[in-house]
Design a protein around this ligand. Structure first.
Ligand code: PGA
Length: 250
């Protein structure tokens, strides 16, 4: 499958940040012109910048995505954004079930699964996030937690071709800490096995599994070389093109 490097801007970015997305697109274009084989590159800005950035990036190789969506298409849900609205604003993908959504908004697997259904119905691809807390890892429950989230966050009958998984250990997000290469390999292998068991060897083997959590230029190459790591979901280091581009090129 084609690898994916996605940047999650979270609740960061005012109008001036549009320049970072444009600089990223210029860097991607230059690397492509130089013959470098690149992954899919995705920027997920806050909802307020999505339409502007999608327009700015039209005609470039950089795609845009949302960071969350509602389960419905429209209606009386003050403050929420539907998948259809994201698609209408130019998004191709949407991050769902991020650990910050799960923690800050109490999103459980069933809600994430309903959001995946809504996203796919709107023609978006879903990046579904899973990951254990430090306490869960210390208790030896990391794999059980992650595989439970994976099973519960993908709705019955989902098209695996429209889904990407992001494994993001909660304790590695924004902390500068990362799991060992062996731990990443073990978890990605377990996720791959679960996907193959659920969707079959071909379809389950074709789902991209991203690693996320303190990915930066200095560790990207090592992490991206791990078996069954098919790309990255990048938070802090995606805010500046000067940090994000080296990760894309790694
Ligand atoms: P980080 O965030 O790269 O800042 O650790 C990753 C994420 O939450 O997607």
């Amino acid at each position: 499958m084609r690898r994916i490097i996605a940047g999650n801007w979270k609740m960061n970015g005012l109008q001036a940040a549009r320049a970072q997305a444009l600089a990223l697109a210029e860097g991607v274009a230059a690397a492509t012109a130089a013959g470098t084989q690149l992954p899919r590159v995705v920027v997920c800005p806050p909802a307020t910048l999505l339409a502007d950035i999608a327009r700015d990036l039209a005609g470039t190789a950089v795609e845009t995505g949302g960071q969350d969506c509602h389960t419905g298409t429209s209606g009386a849900h003050t403050g929420d954004v539907s998948a259809q609205m994201l698609a209408d604003a130019g998004a191709r993908l949407v991050i769902l079930g991020h650990s910050e959504r799960r923690a800050d908004h109490g999103e459980a697997d069933a809600l994430v699964a309903a959001k995946v259904t809504a996203a796919l119905a709107a023609g978006l691809e879903a990046i579904v996030c899973v990951g254990e807390t430090e306490a869960e890892r210390d208790a030896g429950r990391a794999e059980a937690v992650v595989l439970g989230q994976l099973a519960g966050s993908l709705p019955e009958g989902v098209d695996p071709a429209a889904v990407t998984i992001a494994y993001e250990p909660v304790w590695a997000i924004g902390t500068g800490r990362t799991p060992t290469v062996a731990d990443v390999a073990a978890m990605h292998g377990a996720i791959r096995a679960a996907l193959v068991a659920r969707f079959g060897a071909e379809a389950g083997g074709a789902v991209a599994i991203l690693y996320g959590g303190s990915v930066k230029p200095s560790n990207a190459a090592e992490l991206m070389a791990v078996a069954d790591v098919n790309g990255a979901l990048v938070g802090g280091a995606s805010l500046k093109a000067g940090d994000f581009l080296p990760i894309v090129l790694a």
